[in-house]
Ligand binder design. Structure first.
Ligand SMILES: [Zn+2]
Length: 286
């Protein structure tokens, strides 16, 4: 799933390739991804794509005052094409949910793969009309994300630190993968109660969030949209690496599975050598 660094790289890529071009046509074969109906997605045709921004993990294309906002979710992606076929894609068939043609023949597809359909597209006059955007907390790469503000978010919170880091209404843009990376970087258990962190732990965690995201943005910067997934995967130390050696200590990376996702961590680096209970697994074994 694309998180802040990948969406940021898409923004940079689209600024260079698409901003200043006029939307020639929009095809919406995956009509179910459209969460709004007024303005119609076809209203974008004939208007200039004047800007691109990121809000958390949302991508906002400013089309002369109308906003095409998308959340790529877990299986969504943006595929850039220097030359798009002119024949419209078949309705309701295949992974293409939305195709945006630009006036020079280039453009992009928003696609979704897999069975859990999560891709969402909105056309709004004000980006804050998108409920997920209106709810977003602080952007961890903004100047507002100070150590004091972060400490304030954690104060008195009983939830596990993993849950707090991925709560978009608290911190916007950090997801399952980079939160695993951040917790591994500082040696914290994902299940540690957020409100019980010591002041030095809060400081190192704050630094790790910013450093991890900045490093990932740096690696992704300048890459074409198609290369981002591979780059994200190659830059990860524990996330998605269950069964492989921890790059720091050599212990085997373990995972905890939930209904629809899993987190990974290193027992030696993060939990004093103790494997965390995999509750789903324990339940199955009872
Ligand atoms: Zn380790």
């Amino acid at each position: 799933m694309p998180e802040l660094p990948e969406v940021e790289a898409l923004v940079t890529f689209l600024r260079a390739r698409a901003v200043g071009r006029v939307v020639a046509r929009v095809d919406a074969p995956g009509i179910h991804v459209l969460k709004t109906y007024d303005p119609a997605v076809t209203a974008l045709a004939g208007l200039e794509l004047s800007g691109v921004r990121r809000y958390g993990k949302f991508l906002d294309l400013d089309v002369s005052g109308l906003h095409l906002v998308t959340h790529l979710a877990r299986a969504g992606w943006l595929h850039w094409r220097d030359s798009l076929p002119t024949a419209p894609p078949k309705m309701g068939k295949g992974p293409i949910a939305l195709r945006v043609h630009l006036d020079d023949g280039s453009g992009f597809d928003l696609t979704e793969a897999g069975t859990r359909k999560g891709l969402a597209v909105y056309v709004v006059r004000d980006v804050h009309q998108v409920p997920g955007v209106a709810r977003l907390g602080v952007d961890p790469l903004s100047a507002e994300f100070t150590e004091e503000l972060f400490a304030g978010l954690l104060t008195g919170v009983r939830s596990q630190v993993k849950g707090v880091l991925t709560d978009q209404s608290l911190i916007a843009g950090l997801g399952n993968a980079y939160s695993d990376e951040v917790l591994w970087a500082v040696g914290l258990s994902p299940f540690k109660a957020a409100g019980k962190l010591t002041a030095p732990q809060v400081t190192t965690l704050h630094t790790a969030i910013v450093d991890t995201l900045r490093a990932a943005v740096g690696r992704a910067d300048g890459l074409a949209a198609g290369a981002l997934k591979a780059e994200k995967k190659s830059g990860l130390s524990v996330h998605g690496r269950a069964g492989l050696p921890c790059p720091r200590c050599g212990d085997t990376v373990r995972e905890v599975s939930f209904a629809d996702k899993a987190l990974q961590y290193c027992p030696t680096c993060q939990t004093g050598g103790q494997p965390l209970a995999d509750r789903r697994l324990s339940r199955l074994l009872k």
